[in-house]
Design a protein around this ligand. Structure first.
Ligand code: ZN
Ligand code: ZN
Length: 98
């Protein structure tokens, strides 16, 4: 009776890009992504993060909403993006034609 070699006690890790489970052999290589595709995507993401183009937390591109209508705003940004909209300036939603 032998212990199977394939049963390497690798703690489960999750892909930084697609949130999928990373295969054990990639975990052992200290890869933070599940596939070469995700690895390439991650590199692109990190470049964009450093350039301040996308959110570091959710990896969504920052969008400065100028005049967002109710319909467009119906898709709320995740918590990570809240910092992009915090400026202390209230939205002038009450501005109307008097
Ligand atoms: Zn992945
Ligand atoms: Zn975000």
């Amino acid at each position: 009776m032998k212990a199977e070699f394939k049963e390497v006690p690798v703690p489960p890790r999750w892909c930084m890009v697609c949130r999928g489970e990373i295969p054990p052999e990639r975990v052992l290589r200290h890869s933070g992504t599940c596939s070469d595709e995700c690895s390439a995507q991650h590199k692109r993401d990190m470049m964009n993060v450093k350039a301040g183009k996308i959110c570091r937390l959710c990896r969504r591109p920052f969008r400065r909403p100028r005049r967002v209508t109710i319909e467009e705003a119906s898709t709320p940004l995740p918590d990570g993006c809240v910092t992009g909209t915090q400026g202390g300036s209230e939205t002038t939603a009450t501005a109307k034609n008097a």
